[in-house]
Ligand binder design. Structure first.
Ligand code: SF4
Ligand code: SF4
Length: 425
């Protein structure tokens, strides 16, 4: 990190000793997993910088925004509409939930059989190591899976500013009406928090900023269809992870710059792995920073990941928000339409997701699908079985894995993934 941020962290109430330990582990992991890769696009230098300053410069920027009267909103789910937050000149940041921390303390508050993602959110709060949680003026929880919605009942006593958004379980007319009512309530809460009245012009601007970010990611995804793959799955995943907390305009520019570079690579048939390397589509639970375990195993076992059917990936970024409305009411309808298409496994039934996995498998010219489920994640693990059956029915090789954030199953996972890659070669 280029500056000494210790007094900033202290002011935020972080536990400096625990935080130092976390940064050390993170730095080492990044070095071993990311910087050890060969032939990375030069543009990834930007993301290396972002990661090296993830608790430094980015937090300073957020605190500067707050000093200038703007608000910071933290969220755990892609159902929280960034367009509305942006329209009020506020910043939405994803709260990383990709590493174990303070697990013993967490298990005094939550059942042991809770998924790693939820436990991680609690661990970072209890361990006082997350400057994003501590900087947030509002933390948005959402009633998605049972694990999350019940855990917010506990989290509400640990943070002063939890806002809970209700969400439906079915893609019905009533379900859509609930999303609309909840997004209108959220808009009001954001207006109250920020003191900004969201008019049509502001909402349009918010939609434009967020759509541009999505368009850049769509462009990046499209380039991953090439063989040889011009960028590793690990690097593309990192861009999808940084999507959640970088400044959106700067992020859009940086991704577009990488895409310019990748287009040149494709013209010259240059790639990060040789042409013909087995291509994997990853599907399942979201992978938040710094959850890189499975992609790392895959890409050090002779395959390349060409797409992520995940909320940190295409499920989260798939559709643009309609921007043709001219009133707040019309634009809000466009926002509801866009988010109501997200095919999270909390919905029942959820046939669109299987369709998207198949579409991505073909579109990205994948050779196999690895379904990634976090242990104790009822929605995705339960859905993984019919998904696997349907894919195999179409002769799409599929490997279903269940794991958590620990490193204990590294050897076993590597053996299974290597065998799968051998099989699809
Ligand atoms: S998997 Fe579902 S609950 Fe999790 S971030 Fe995605 S939409 Fe939200
Ligand atoms: S991974 Fe599964 S159990 Fe965990 S928060 Fe997401 S949907 Fe819920």
């Amino acid at each position: 990190m280029s500056e000494d941020y210790r007094s900033m962290w202290e002011t935020l109430g972080l536990d400096l000793v625990a935080h130092d330990a976390l940064l050390q582990v993170l730095g080492k992991g990044y070095q071993d997993i990311y910087l050890a890769q060969k032939d990375r696009p030069e543009g990834m230098g930007y993301f290396d910088f972002v990661m090296s300053e993830v608790h430094g410069l980015r937090i300073k920027e957020l605190l500067d925004e707050k000093a200038a009267g703007r608000k910071v909103i933290g969220s755990f789910c892609v159902f929280v509409p960034e367009e509305i937050v942006r329209a009020a000149d506020a910043t939405l940041v994803g709260l990383c939930t990709g590493a174990d921390f303070a697990t013993e303390e967490v298990e005094k508050l939550l059942p042991r059989n809770t998924c790693s993602l939820i436990k991680s959110a609690f661990g970072f709060k209890l361990g006082k190591v997350c400057p994003y949680i501590e900087s947030a003026d509002m933390i948005v929880g959402e009633n998605t899976c049972d694990g999350k919605k019940k855990s917010y009942e506990v989290l509400k006593d640990m943070v002063p500013n939890l806002y809970v958004m209700d969400l439906p379980q079915m893609k019905s007319v009533e379900g859509r009406a609930l999303v609309k009512a909840e997004y209108l309530r959220f808009k009001e809460a954001i207006e109250k928090l920020t003191g900004v009245t969201i008019d049509a012009a502001r909402l349009k601007k918010g939609i434009e900023i967020v759509n541009n970010k999505r368009k850049a990611i769509h462009r990046l995804s499209g380039l991953r269809k090439a063989d040889p793959a011009p960028i590793s799955g690990l690097d593309a995943l990192l861009a999808n992870q940084v999507f959640f907390y970088d400044d959106p305009v700067r992020f859009t520019d940086s991704v577009n710059k990488i895409c310019d570079e990748l287009e040149k690579r494709i013209e010259k048939s240059e790639g990060v792995f040789p042409k013909g390397t087995p291509r994997i589509l990853l599907s399942g639970c979201p992978m938040a920073v710094p959850n890189w375990k499975v992609p790392w195993i895959i890409e050090t076992s002779g395959a390349v990941i060409v797409g992520e059917e995940s909320c940190v990936g295409e499920r989260g970024t798939r559709n643009l928000t309609g921007d043709t409305g001219s009133t707040v009411e019309e634009l809000m309808e466009g926002i509801v339409d866009r988010y109501f298409q997200v095919d999270c496994a909390i919905f029942t039934p959820n046939p669109d997701r299987l369709g998207h996995v198949e579409e991505m498998f073909r579109g990205y010219k994948a050779d196999g699908v690895i379904h990634y489920g976090l242990q104790f994640c009822q929605p995705y693990i339960t859905e993984s079985m019919p998904v696997e059956k349907a894919l195999e029915g179409e002769n799409i090789p599929t490997l279903r894995i269940e794991t958590d954030y620990s490193m204990e199953d590294m050897g076993q996972l590597k053996t299974r993934i290597e065998a799968f890659i051998e099989q699809i070669k």
